[in-house]
Ligand binder design. Structure first.
Ligand code: ZN
Ligand code: FE
Length: 263
């Protein structure tokens, strides 16, 4: 029985490059930097099989060229974006197969942060089946990415798409933003008990320099204000911020994102 492991390789100030491996073969997601990946592969004697890219930003793709110099591997990435190092452009409903890891990841298009942003969703077989999601800079623990290229409508729909995945799905985001996101979420929804508990746990983890990821779809539905635009308390506080009554969830979402930008 082959068990897959998923680990974060820290990069830059707060990025995580995720590695999926079975002690022999490995896949990496969003290598913004090559050197920590090369070190990790060498130290653990792993053979790189493929690189997965969620969107074109350099903190997610910057390591591609150096990694390609060393390893002859396919690079999967969004068809809707121009990334020179991507050899295998993929789009919605396509599946990335990594035979050596018995891994199949489905591509989900989630535009908003960038125009062509994609996520990879799959399940790990084993004694306990686990659903996994690599969502780049779209869904964060207790937050969401900035809207650089898409519209608030697109971002809202993309987040809804992720929220509709199975609740037990483990969510591997690309940045350690959880603590700052919780501070904002607490301001938006001060009476959310789950959030209060999560702040406590998160502070503990960060004081030990432990990653707060993965999170899960269930946890995000309970705590993430960007997935809770229908909650009365969030409608109230966000309406106060906007200075007018916001009725539609999309209007709440748009104002909430703007509030976070200025927080
Ligand atoms: Zn980004
Ligand atoms: Fe990023």
């Amino acid at each position: 029985m082959m068990t897959l492991q998923i680990h974060p390789i820290p990069a830059f100030r707060d990025n995580y490059i995720w590695i999926i491996h079975n002690n022999t073969h490995a896949v990496i997601v969003d290598p913004g930097d090559a050197s920590p990946v090369i070190d990790y592969l060498q130290f653990n004697q792993l053979q790189l099989q493929a690189i997965l890219i969620t969107h074109h930003h350099s903190d997610h793709t910057g390591g591609n060229t150096l990694l390609l110099d060393r390893f002859d591997v396919p690079i999967y990435g969004p068809k809707q974006e121009t990334i020179s190092t991507v050899s295998h452009p993929v789009q919605e409903d396509e599946t990335v197969h990594i035979p050596t890891l018995s891994l199949a990841l489905e591509v989900i298009e989630i535009p908003g942060h960038t125009r062509g942003h994609i996520a990879y969703f799959g399940s790990l077989q084993g004694h306990q089946e686990r659903n996994i999601l690599f969502c780049g800079d779209t869904l964060f623990a207790c937050g969401c990415g900035r809207i650089f290229e898409g519209t608030p409508q697109q971002m809202y729909q993309s987040l809804q798409k992720l929220a509709d995945l199975p609740e037990d799905t483990l969510v591997y985001c690309t940045h350690e933003y959880t603590l700052a996101n919780i501070a904002f979420a607490r301001t938006v929804e001060p009476n959310n008990i789950d959030l209060e508990k999560r702040e406590h746990c998160t502070k503990q983890l960060r004081s030990e320099n432990t990653p707060t990821l993965p999170t899960s779809i269930a946890i995000e539905k309970a705590c993430n204000p960007f997935l809770r635009c229908h909650q009365p308390e969030i409608i109230k506080t966000t309406s106060q911020y906007a200075g007018k009554m916001l009725n539609e969830p999309i209007a709440v979402f748009t104002a909430l994102r703007e509030w976070k930008n200025n927080f």
